[in-house]
Design a protein around this ligand. Sequence first.
Ligand code: ADE
Length: 358
Amino acid sequence: MSIIADNNEFQNNTIMEKKKHSVIKPECSDNDRNFENSIRPKSFESYIGQTALKETLKISIAAAKKRGLPLDHLLFYGPPGLGKTTLAGVIAEQMGVDIKITSAPALERPRDIIGILMSLKGGEILFIDEIHRLNKVAEEILYPAMEDFFLDMTTGKSQTVKTLRIPLPKFTLIGATTKAGELSGPLRDRFGIIHRLEFYTEEELARVITRTAGILNIEITEEGAKAIAKRSRGTPRIANRLVKRVSDYALVKHDGKITKDIANKSLDILKIDNFGLDNTDRSLLKLIIEKYDGGPVGIETIAAAIGEDVRTIEDVCEPFLLQSGLLQRTPRGRKISPAAYRHLGYKNGEINEQQCLF
Ligand code: ADE
């Protein structure tokens, strides 16, 4: 079965290069990363979802192979957890080349980016996560490297300054960002292919969940997978985390098998509601309703009041709240939508305790 094949496929996952260049995400711990690596699909066939994007990528890959050239530089953007790193790994596999993975915060000093560029071999892929966080110096080192495959280095001081052009092998840069708008124009313009990753449908997430459960030897019914998918806010990373949590519950309270009933009970205990919102999301929405009359209110005020940092709210909570129409972003701040009042059980500005989910 394909699940077994997928499992073997990833036993020797070497996608992460050196520790220094491993991806650091605020919402992703070391444990999460190891888990994610163990279940990452390696081929377009086992990568579920992003159907239109996969088709265009297959064409770009086939064309690059026919020309005998590396793929154009690629930029992936979209909310976290939708599979940008995974897709970069699939592309490397399909191109038959190695991938070096790093993130912009790990490229603090010029020598960090110079070192990684000089370590690349012909055709290899360099993946830079959170590329919007690259500093100006690193960006300027990248421009000639991306455009002409050269490193421009200066040596000496004032009058004796010399510029050296060091040739680099042709490589492909894959950049990933949750904030395409924060990328500088010159950097964005150097990517030949730019794609947005979309939230997953419930049906796609149920397939991701079934696949992950198969790899982890967790028994799950179709309805159980659908129940988890419904509360995974369109995000495979969340779906995969929930499978593990629900599996713990199923093992301790029952026979280990995830059914619809077990999934729902376990997710209720985790306080994940039927929209996939957790305590933080609900606190954010309730704060705007109760203290700011539905908004608009500034993001800094919200962050201080609920004790989260602005970046976590912007990168982790907001994309799904905005996409699902519960929250609106206006020039004067965040505003609650009528759907959020209904979802949280408010009627005429008052909370209805019977309807209140948690
Ligand atoms: N695990 C995480 N993302 C996935 C995807 N898109 N397809 C299959 N398994 C996944």
